[in-house]
Design a protein around this ligand. Structure first.
Ligand SMILES: [Zn+2]
Ligand SMILES: [Zn+2]
Length: 257
């Protein structure tokens, strides 16, 4: 079992790195990665600028501990903000991550995944189109190894009037062209949309395009680490995936599932 999407108290998680390590050991994982939020808009759910170095030192120290029975990777969940590409690039270079998850949580400056009621005055069709444009741009930016929760716009179960198959297909082709990995993120199962990110339909199209996949629980507390891993792996196998991606110093390799 691996889990590449874990938040700690440095961003919006409620547990420390140490608690996460303890739970991961109890769950018998083979590999975890810490991926706190860096968002250069600096919302309250992201790592504070003053803590960037703290985060790096913290995870580096853990990685250098030989006593752990599993591998630890230094990751990040980095917001894709189209106007801040150079700044994002600089931080990625400075931090020397093992992998970078690129996520879209903002559409035209609006943090769309925090408050369901704020959708009331929005055009859902336009939101979906804008979201997928941003996710595609994020993939093509070359900044990221993994695209986080690739259909997050479905979170509160708002649905566009059009069918999504064409948009999924187009996006899967772009993921392949950009050579990014996607994650199967199991947190959506507990949100109003009640399914993993991405949906089975979208994942199937990604598999057809040969887009690699990795696993992330999006844990905001230690006990959520590898949450629903078995179900996610079963779904991936049903679709046809035989391996999942792992990263070290931003080099991708694969392990069988
Ligand atoms: Zn996220
Ligand atoms: Zn996350």
């Amino acid at each position: 079992m691996i889990d590449y999407h874990i938040h700690t108290i440095l961003s919006d998680g409620i547990d420390t790195h140490e608690s996460c390590l303890q739970i991961a050991a109890e769950y018998n994982v083979s590999e975890i990665g810490f991926s706190d939020h860096i968002c250069l808009n600096y919302p309250d759910w992201a790592v504070k600028k003053d803590d960037f170095l703290v985060m790096k030192e913290k995870v580096t120290k853990i990685k250098n501990t030989n006593a752990l029975p599993f591998k630890v990777k230094y990751g990040v969940e980095m917001d894709y903000l189209p106007k801040m590409i150079n700044e994002i690039k600089l931080i990625i270079q400075q931090q020397k991550f093992d992998y970078v998850i690129g996520s879209v949580h903002f559409i035209n400056g609006w943090n769309f995944d925090t408050e369901p009621l704020n959708y009331s005055d929005k055009n859902i069709d336009t939101l979906f189109l804008n979201y997928y444009t941003l996710i595609q741009e994020a993939a093509l930016s070359g900044l990221f190894d993994i695209i986080g929760h690739a259909d997050l716009i479905k979170k509160f179960n708002y649905k566009p009037t059009f069918k999504l198959d064409k948009l999924y297909n187009q996006t899967a082709k772009i993921f392949k062209k950009a050579d990014v990995t996607i994650e199967i993120n199991t947190s959506g199962f507990y949100k109003p949309c009640k399914e993993f990110y991405p949906s089975k339909e979208f994942l199937t199209l990604c598999f057809k395009e040969n887009v690699p996949v990795t696993f992330g629980s999006d844990a905001h507390q230690a006990t959520d680490i590898v949450r629903n891993y078995d179900k996610a792996i079963q779904l991936l196998k049903t679709i046809g995936y035989k391996q999942i991606a792992v990263f070290e110093k931003r080099k991708r390799s694969f392990i069988p599932i």
